[in-house]
Ligand binder design. Structure first.
Ligand code: HEM
Length: 194
């Protein structure tokens, strides 16, 4: 057990093995030729990447940003130079994976156009999709470029660095606000939440 859990890669593989065993017991492999099953599979990939993305968004807002003022200056580089760049790497790629799987999911169900144009019956998921697309735009084109300056990945003068840190923080807060209704709308489409 220790040998598995000491490695993140082996831990994830173990999770997949557990899932395959459950699918084997449940007889799920018989459904694999079925398009409806692949739509479900895409929904699972979508939720998985969405959890990674929004989990890290909430980590930044609930844990990292409020903790920074309490960390002594000599220890701050541990966060700025090591933890934040790693978190941002997974954050931005998870955001992209969520968009790709979400768009594919809507396309596989044949309503992508109706959702994005907010047609009757699809306005719930369409509004959720627009909220999430705005959030993903924010991640790639506002938060990440500003974080590169704030964390010193791109060298800029001190005043520009401070301004970039504030812009990244405000955009991240904006996304945290949108994450609340966005998630409601995501799950409401299928479950009659509105
Ligand atoms: C641009 C980004 C996104 C797009 C295009 C998108 C699209 C979709 C679509 C088409 C569905 C299926 C709705 C249905 O027919 O029931 C869905 C469901 C869902 N999405 Fe997203 N989504 C996005 C972002 C997110 C994010 C960031 C999360 C965060 C976790 C998320 C979580 C979910 C959940 C939990 C469901 C419900 C699955 C279910 O009820 O079975 N989505 N999304």
């Amino acid at each position: 057990m220790g040998a598995i859990f000491q490695s993140l890669g082996r831990t994830i593989i173990a999770g997949i093995v557990v899932l395959l065993i459950i699918m084997g017991i449940a007889g799920t492999f018989a459904k694999v030729g079925d398009m409806q099953w692949w739509t479900f599979f895409m929904r699972w990939l979508h939720v998985l990447s969405g959890v990674m993305w929004i989990g890290l968004l909430w980590y930044f807002n609930f844990v990292q940003i409020p903790s920074m003022p309490k960390i002594p200056d000599e220890h701050k580089p541990a966060v700025g130079k090591v933890i934040a760049p790693t978190a941002l790497f997974w954050f931005r790629w998870a955001a992209l994976a969520t968009v790709v799987t979400g768009v594919l999911l809507a396309w596989m169900q044949g309503y992508i156009g109706s959702a994005l144009t907010l047609r009757p019956g699809f306005a719930t998921i369409g509004t959720g999709m627009w909220f999430a697309l705005v959030m993903a735009f924010n991640v790639w084109f506002i938060i990440w470029p500003n974080q590169k300056k704030a964390l010193g990945i791109v060298t800029v003068p001190a005043d520009e660095k401070a301004k970039a840190a504030r812009s990244a923080m405000l955009a991240s807060r904006f996304n945290t606000m949108l994450s609340v209704p966005m998630l409601f709308l995501m799950v409401a489409q299928q479950n009659g939440g509105l």
